[in-house]
Write a new protein. Structure first.
Length: 303
């Protein structure tokens, strides 16, 4: 079977790899074919195609491989539409279309730091609805904005797409006919445009809750610790800094300065300088909050 799939001079495998931009590994484990690819949707299509080829009878030709890939793509398209429709039914979305179903389905095959985007989107929708309900806001806008805030990630891995996922979210939602309030709540969660409504701020908070909860996102321990150490080293290099602590998984650096060396005006100067140094020297997702603390204590005794 392996020899038939590989083809003469590996032409079949080369065809699959080039057509789907994936890498096929045969010899890592016995009786297992591995498909490696950053684009999980292409990986899924390739896996389906190769499964079909393993069941093929007789000699496998290049033309057969091309047809199998077409069939696998069609099956995956139907699968994406079903996933999207089931989720839309579950959430009770009012805006419905085949295109929306497909985009929602694609989120199942997209991750960010190991967190599945479809599951993340559902979490953000539920948390947004709970917060919106408690605050007396428009829960429908909170739900739609929360669930679709990362919709742009369904297409941002396309090599022809250059915009960030939040701008793509705005573009897609406008094309799909969502209301301006829903679009604004969804796409402003990274503050590319300042959130103007309480619903938009709720979505931003819910996104942070889902992404920041323990175990939500994976990162190698070495890189994680390296980033925390680098943050603290930069902070400690500033004059007057007594201690620094990288907290909230590296999303905040808390700096304590010596009140004898740094006056009130120097606190803001330190925060601004530290932010600039971090921007110039480190690579990191999202934003890092700079919190500089100057504590003054006076003691005396009444006799």
């Amino acid at each position: 079977v392996k020899a038939e799939i590989v083809g003469e001079n590996a032409e079949n495998i080369s065809y699959i790899e080039e057509a789907l931009d994936i890498y096929v590994v045969f010899n890592d484990l016995p009786n297992i074919i591995s498909v490696s690819c950053y684009n999980l949707l292409n990986q899924h299509i390739a896996a389906k195609a190769i499964e079909k080829l393993t069941n093929a009878k007789g000699h496998v030709k290049i033309g057969d491989v091309g047809e199998v890939i077409k069939v696998a793509k069609k099956e995956v398209e139907n699968e994406l539409e079903k996933i999207g429709k089931d989720i839309a039914d579950k959430l009770g979305l009012k805006n419905r279309s085949k295109r929306l179903y497909e985009l929602i389905g694609r989120l199942k095959y997209r991750t960010s730091y190991g967190q599945n985007i479809l599951k993340h989107s559902l979490e953000v929708a539920y948390v947004s609805m709970m917060l919106g309900g408690e605050l007396g806001l428009n829960v429908e806008v909170c739900k739609v904005g929360g669930f679709l805030h990362d919709l742009g990630k369904a297409i941002d891995q396309d090599p022809n797409v250059q915009e960030g996922h939040d701008f793509l979210t705005k573009k897609l939602m406008e094309e799909l006919g969502f209301s301006p309030e829903e679009v604004h709540a969804a796409w402003t969660h990274h503050e590319a445009e300042a959130p103007q409504t309480p619903e938009a701020k709720v979505v931003m908070a819910a996104d942070a809750v889902s992404a920041g909860r323990p175990g939500a996102r994976q990162e190698t321990l070495d890189k994680y610790l390296e980033r925390l150490r680098a943050l603290e080293e930069i902070a400690n290099s500033f004059a007057g800094v007594k201690k620094s602590f990288a907290i909230s998984a590296g999303r905040e650096i808390r700096v304590i300065v010596d009140p004898q060396e740094v006056d009130d005006a120097g606190v803001q100067k330190t925060a601004t300088g530290l932010a600039k140094q971090i921007e110039e020297n480190l690579q990191y997702p999202g934003k890092i909050k700079i919190n500089v603390i100057r504590r003054v204590k006076a003691l005396d005794t009444a006799k």
